[in-house]
Ligand binder design. Structure first.
Ligand code: PLP
Length: 376
């Protein structure tokens, strides 16, 4: 009998080893990973990241944030490129979003934040309150006040919620947990203009879409926008827990001495993993090639599944793909796993694929073969 809280439904299988994009269970069975954890090990179990972790562990793996940390500076520069942002490091996506919410409120002196129905921003009280899905909040009593929920891809519904106390609009550019719902270009451009006109901050939650997941380092690059604040976690440390909140430099004074903090955030081991991850992702052509591979996967699935009666739609961007299906999701996931493929679900009727960006063409084809089999 497990002594753990039963807040997860765990498949009766344990992975004890990994090689590249393959997971190995206690029985020695091999599985091709089309999940990257849940969008975390975006480079698979990459030897370069492993070596960086081992090297850092050999030196020092933790110092608190009351001392200099050159690795944090290094990771921030790699994340920012030529743009002018400041970074705060934490340990998870929820914490990164907490930091974003706090920064937006303090920098503007306003309290309301507009988020979206079906969104997911985390499980802490702030990030849970930002989340637009009732099932996530059920039973926990009153949340943090001043969040309002607009309809996704509906600019009018956002406009209707704006008041003189609106500090920020916060969104995922692809809603991941609710079923790979992509923000329209026109909607996002409309939000940017609205924020400009009304002096409201735009926060983009890149926890799932960031770190190469959609074929760019950040999904907002597909929209040619620069959010005021964006948040990262999942793929940032390629499996080592780390989160980050990046805000435009002019917001800096709001996060002054003593205003916010984290004991573990940005520790040396996490930063070594992030730095190595970014080196791989920023190497010439890596992201462009990964985008092509993701699009190949999507197009092949669209083509091969188009006549299957159980498939409603295949959609996505880069390595973030949803297959909307009439098949019972648990059955489909278990069926795929029994054939050696690990996939995820999203919403009520979507098989979610978040494969590592490092899949070979052969591995992609192998995954497609299994998925077609499962959905036939
Ligand atoms: N934001 C988004 C878009 C997510 O997908 C998630 C996790 O799935 C989170 C926030 C929360 O991240 P974490 O579980 O690291 O707190």
């Amino acid at each position: 009998m497990s002594k753990l809280f039963q807040n997860y439904k765990r498949a009766q299988i344990e992975f004890v080893k990994a090689e590249g994009n393959v997971l190995i269970d206690t029985e020695g069975k091999h599985y091709l990973d089309f999940s990257s954890g849940i969008g975390v090990t975006n480079l698979g179990f990459h030897p370069y990241v492993e070596a960086a972790l081992q090297q850092q562990a050999d030196q020092i793996w933790h110092t608190p944030n009351i001392y200099l940390n050159q690795l944090q500076e290094e990771v921030t520069e790699k994340l920012m490129g030529d743009t002018e942002y400041l970074a705060f490091f934490c340990n998870s996506g929820a914490e990164a979003n907490e930091a974003a919410i706090k920064l937006a409120r303090k920098a503007t002196g306003k309290q309301e934040i507009i988020t979206f129905k079906q969104s997911f921003h985390g499980r802490t009280f702030g990030s849970m309150s930002a989340t637009g899905q009732d099932k996530i909040k059920h039973g926990f009593g009153d949340g943090v006040p001043h969040f309002k929920y607009a309809a996704f891809n509906d600019l009018e519904s956002v406009k209707q919620l704006i008041t003189t106390d609106t500090a920020a609009i916060m969104l995922e550019l692809i809603q991941g947990e609710s079923g790979i719902i992509i923000a329209d270009q026109a909607f996002v451009q409309g939000l940017v203009q609205l924020c400009k006109d009304k002096n409201i901050l735009l926060i983009v939650d890149e926890v799932q879409t960031g770190m190469g997941r959609t074929g760019k380092l950040f999904a907002f690059e597909h929209y040619h926008i620069e959010p005021d604040i964006y948040t990262l976690a999942k793929g940032l440390g390629n499996g080592v827990p780390v989160g980050a909140m990046l805000g435009k430099a002019e917001l800096g004074p709001a996060f002054d001495y003593g205003s916010h903090g984290s004991t573990f955030g940005g520790n040396k081991l996490a930063m070594a993993a992030s730095s190595a991850t970014l080196n791989v992702m920023k190497s010439p052509d890596f992201l462009a090639k990964s985008f092509e591979k993701g699009e190949y996967l999507k197009r092949q699935l669209q083509e091969k599944l188009k006549d299957k009666s159980s498939v409603i739609e295949v959609r996505g961007l880069g390595h973030m793909i949803g297959i909307e299906t009439t098949q019972p999701l648990n059955e489909a996931v278990e069926n795929a796993r029994s054939k050696g493929l690990i996939v995820l679900t999203a919403g009520t009727n979507v098989i979610r694929l978040l494969p590592p960006l490092t899949l070979s063409k052969e591995e992609i084809d192998q995954g497609i073969h299994i998925l077609v089999d499962v959905l036939t």
